[in-house]
Design a binder for this molecule. Structure first.
Ligand SMILES: Cc1cc2nc3c(=O)[nH]c(=O)nc-3n(C[C@H](O)[C@H](O)[C@H](O)COP(=O)(O)OP(=O)(O)OC[C@H]3O[C@@H](n4cnc5c(N)ncnc54)[C@H](O)[C@@H]3O)c2cc1C
Length: 452
């Protein structure tokens, strides 16, 4: 049997032995069936059951709750949305974009509030994100980000000059207070238990093979339901009905041995703070509650046909690159031991626009496409889907991401060529900026295609 505690550092330290729950015991009939036991599915179940305590809610999970990105991520509960405020304004108008930004910022606190209401300790500490600028080009990008945020009037970003930042070579930083550091597996595993306490059922080791409105075919029986929620995020690419809805893109992570407080003081990273820099090929890190680096980044390639395999979670070249990058940012980290290495797929929609959607005619809901910004956004999705599924008309159901329709990804070989070209372009863009000391032309051309 699979040892799920070995999936990541987070799974190993979740305080949960990850023994699978019972699978579906044959055919079943429920009010709401939810496909996928990650945070989208579980938050939806949790908020639904608070609203309608007698509801029969069944979560169908192929492996164990928290097996996917929800248990493996960087632990940034941020206010980030894959589309910037400016891009949302262009797509939906200023008022709608402001409402979306406000909802995302409030969601960071809601994650902490809801976890404690559910009795889950998730190591929540809201210390903000330091986004280092390590070249003149990055410094200009940091200033522009802070200026844009100020002009938009919702976010409370600050520009920090070189005197306030201690990462190697950092000339300044953009600081965003709207971000908390959490332990993602403690959240998702605790939430699964909280859903059960409210009367929900979670069937693990139960693979959904196909679905249509009102009917879900699984490896263990057929589920008939009044309403259906698809919460498979990057794994949606493995189901016929959602194959081209999202592209599974891999993000990989490492964790180091615990480091003394003096190390963190030297580099100015307090508990609760997360960090990144302004390079194009995304990196992200946090100081864990037990004083390790949990540090990740993109760079693993997209696989033909959107195939997802356990072996794709582990790419030595990317792990080495992550350790090297950590050492560049914090030279004293060069010699620290890397104790854990893992990765997983996240879901990228064709236009990089996440959504929480519901079709009342078919009674089918879906949320996802968060790219790398799903940890808080799944909570907003859960609350929003709970409103939509119960017919409530609220501020949340009027947000501009509700019922947003992204175009499908192209068939192969175009999807393969485009996704990997985008990845390479971001790598080249970072090199180009190092050489030319100017904002990358490649990034400007490719940016709209890869969500920058
Ligand atoms: C390495 C990594 C780092 C990340 N870092 C961050 C971060 O720091 N901050 C942030 O905001 N976001 C981050 N993300 C993204 C974030 O984790 C995801 O957006 C979010 O967890 C998505 O949650 P979900 O419930 O929609 O999907 P998932 O957690 O992927 O859940 C989908 C579930 O569906 C199940 N499933 C799949 N197929 C089937 C089937 N056929 N039948 C039944 N069940 C099925 C899977 O087993 C899985 O449990 C990161 C992602 C990764 C991979």
């Amino acid at each position: 049997m699979t040892d799920y505690s070995q999936l990541s550092f987070w799974h190993e330290t979740s305080g949960d032995d990850l023994t699978p729950r019972a699978p579906l015991a044959g055919d079943a009939e429920v009010d709401v069936a939810i496909v996928g036991g990650g945070l989208t599915g579980l938050w939806t179940a949790w908020y639904l059951l608070q609203r309608e305590p007698g509801l029969k809610v069944l979560v169908l999970e192929k492996e164990v709750a928290g097996f996917g990105a929800s248990g493996r991520n960087g632990g940034w509960a941020s206010a980030l949305f894959p589309r910037s405020a400016g891009s949302l304004e262009r797509a939906h108008g200023r008022d709608a974009a402001i409402a979306m930004r406000r909802a995302m910022i409030d969601t960071v606190d809601e994650v902490g509030r809801a976890a404690s209401a559910a009795g889950i300790d998730i190591d929540f500490a809201k210390g903000g994100t330091i986004d280092y600028a390590r070249s003149r080009v990055q410094l200009a990008a940091a200033r522009a980000e802070v200026d844009d945020a100020r002009a938009f009037g919702v976010d409370a970003l600050e520009f920090w000059d070189a005197t306030k930042v201690k990462a190697a070579g950092a000339l300044g930083a953009a600081f965003d207070p709207a971000c908390a550091r959490i332990h993602p597996a403690k959240l998702v595993r605790g939430l699964a238990r909280a859903v059960e306490k409210l009367g929900g059922t979670i069937a693990e080791q139960t693979e959904v093979l196909d679905y249509r409105p009102g009917r879900v075919e699984t490896s263990r029986g057929v589920v008939t339901c009044d309403r259906l929620v698809i919460a498979t995020e990057g794994y949606g690419a493995t189901l016929r009905a959602t194959h081209r809805r999202v592209l599974p893109l891999y993000s990989l992570m490492i964790a180091t041995e615990p480091l003394p407080d003096a190390f963190w003081d030297e580099f100015g990273i307090a508990h609760g703070q997360t960090f990144a820099d302004f390079r194009h090929l995304v990196i992200y890190g946090q100081r864990t509650a037990d004083n390790r680096f949990a540090f990740g980044g993109r760079g693993a390639r997209y696989h033909w046909g959107s195939v997802i395999k356990p072996s794709y979670d582990r790419v030595p070249r990317v792990f080495d690159h992550l350790h090297r990058t950590l050492g560049e940012l914090f030279p004293a980290a060069r010699d620290v031991a890397v104790t854990h290495r893992w990765g997983g797929p996240l879901g990228v929609p064709r236009d990089w626009h996440a959504t929480a959607s519901y079709d009342p005619a078919k009674r089918v809901a879906w949320a996802g496409g968060y790219v790398g910004d799903g940890l808080s956004t799944t909570n907003l999705a859960g609350r929003t889907l709970a409103d939509l599924l119960t017919g409530a008309d609220t501020e949340l159901t009027r947000l501009p991401w509700v019922n947003h329709h992204s175009p499908s990804w192209e068939p192969e070989p175009l999807r393969f060529a485009g996704a990997n070209a985008g990845m390479l372009a971001m790598q080249f863009a970072d090199v180009e900026e190092k050489i030319t000391h100017r904002r990358s032309l490649i990034a400007r051309v490719m940016g709209p295609l890869v969500g920058h």
